[in-house]
Design a protein around this ligand. Structure first.
Ligand SMILES: [Fe+2]
Ligand SMILES: [Fe+2]
Length: 481
């Protein structure tokens, strides 16, 4: 079979030859109605009948994998797409390094592998749930289309993980697939599995920060799963990464356009001081210190997603060959790490110190460091916007110990610059570091929908180019009458 070709003749578009895999096809067809129910209940609220200019994956050819067209979201063709199989692929790391990649689940690692798939799978519908109210306050049709694009693709990522569960994990895989539709973001009884995916996304700045910081964690997790010795997982994640790039584009440019608009408005009004908050807010734009506080919040929540800095669990999944490091095959070392060390920031006698830990148990830390470097590059691009317009302000990532609920720093209060403070000190300055309810109220007050093609809300600049090279006044969403 031509792996690039996507079969649209079955209910579920796919390049995994589902038509001849009757048992899995039937399991997925049984799961489909529950998925649609979930989408109607928990997907974008109020826009299920709108025609949205969406891209749909029609191939896994990197040069032309998507087509754009108007589609009602419930009719979106969610499909199962795996990157092409690499002939003779071998396991790149861990105890099984050099052995042929597994085409089936190795029995000894079944539980570990299932857990990795379920945790990844759980994040996908969670973000759709978190973002479901945003359509009502979109700053433009362009932005409205972007959130919906992200949503349908997160839906497809859920399909991707559910396919793996249904095909490779038998009965317990089917049970896990059902439970993925039952948990709900922020629900007291049945929450999603990870903290950041139970937080609210109350406004568009939060959405853009989320897609920048939290989808970027997603990218790092997918990158490390793309290294997996379990070949179907690797191929699935490799294709998901092509879609994920757009989510980070939405986040980075969304925040970038907000920064641009604020700086331009300040310049036009002759305001030099970024801390002249009342005057700046009076212009209908979001002041930069508030954006820094939002950044502090979303970065710290996303760092928690990497788990504990020192983790035997992470060591085990690496040694087993299930989850590698970021760009594993490009790293110059023995890829087994039995004798290597890696520097980890730890709390030692009440001080933050760099300590060499066995590299195997520091796998999470290493991925998190790669993530931080990736975030920093995005911040550098934001700072270029500020610089270019000529405002005296710089965005900075807070210290990794700041505002943490998981890992080394969960029981101490650390400032954005890395000083440990007591409860009193924390309470005194907290509002300088994290968004306040006043910040939230102000941002929400700006969230008025703009639905005229080519028009944008006061607080965000238009994009430089349209999606699919469409002109500025393109009607990205035809909101149903
Ligand atoms: Fe995703
Ligand atoms: Fe994403």
């Amino acid at each position: 079979m031509d792996i690039q070709h996507v079969d649209y003749t079955t209910l579920i578009p796919n390049n995994v030859n589902l038509a001849e895999d009757r048992q899995v096809l039937r399991a997925l067809e049984n799961w489909h109605p529950g998925y649609i129910d979930w989408w109607m209940d928990m997907g974008p609220e109020g826009f299920q009948q709108a025609l949205v200019y969406l891209r749909t994956a029609v191939s896994v050819d990197p040069k032309g994998w998507a087509k754009f067209d108007y589609v009602k979201m419930p009719d979106y063709r969610w499909g199962i797409l795996l990157a092409p199989k690499e002939e003779n692929r071998t396991i790149a790391f861990g105890r099984h390094r050099g052995e042929p990649a597994w085409q089936d689940v190795p029995g000894e690692y079944r539980a570990m592998l299932r857990r990795l798939v379920v945790i990844q799978g759980d994040t996908e519908p969670a973000s759709v749930e978190q973002q479901r109210h945003l359509g009502h306050t979109a700053p433009s049709l362009y932005d409205l289309r972007n959130v919906f694009q992200v949503n349908v693709e997160e839906g497809r990522h859920l399909w991707a993980m559910v396919y793996l569960l249904q095909k490779y994990f038998g009965r317990d895989g089917r049970e896990e697939a059902a439970e993925l539709l039952q948990r709900r973001s922020g629900d007291a009884d049945k929450p999603r599995m990870l903290g950041a995916f139970n937080e609210a996304t109350p406004d568009w700045l939060s959405f853009h920060m989320f897609t920048f910081f939290t989808d970027r964690d997603g990218k790092m997790q997918l990158e490390s799963l793309a290294q997996s010795g379990f070949d179907p997982l690797s191929r699935t994640c490799r294709f998901m990464l092509t879609e994920e790039a757009h989510h980070m584009f939405v986040g980075e440019t969304g925040v970038g356009r907000t920064i641009q608009r604020t700086c331009e408005a300040m310049k036009a009004a002759g305001i030099e001081d970024p801390n002249d908050i009342d005057k700046i807010r009076g212009l209908g734009v979001i002041d930069l210190p508030t954006m820094q506080r939002k950044l502090n919040l979303h970065y710290s929540l996303s760092l928690d997603l990497f788990g504990s800095e020192v983790s035997t669990n992470a060591a085990n999944t690496f040694t087993a060959g299930l989850k590698g490091r970021f760009q594993e095959t490009k790293i110059q070392d023995d890829h087994r790490l039995e004798n290597a060390t890696y520097p980890v920031l730890k709390l030692v006698g009440g001080e933050i110190k760099r300590v060499d830990e066995p590299a195997l148990t520091a796998i999470n830390m290493r991925l998190r460091d790669d993530y931080t470097a990736d975030c920093q590059r995005g911040l550098d691009r934001w700072n270029k916007i500020v610089e270019r317009i000529g405002v005296a302000f710089r965005f900075e990532l807070p210290h990794v110990g700041f505002h943490r609920r998981i890992g080394e720093f969960k029981n101490v209060k650390v400032t954005p610059t890395g000083q440990i403070v007591d409860e009193v000190g924390w309470k005194r300055d907290r509002d300088k570091w994290l968004p306040t309810s006043d910040d939230g109220d102000f941002i929400v007050s700006l969230m008025k929908p703009v639905t005229e093609p080519g028009k944008f809300a006061s607080w965000i600049a238009p994009p430089r180019v349209g999606i699919d090279n469409k002109p500025g006044d393109f009607e990205y969403v035809k909101i149903a009458a």
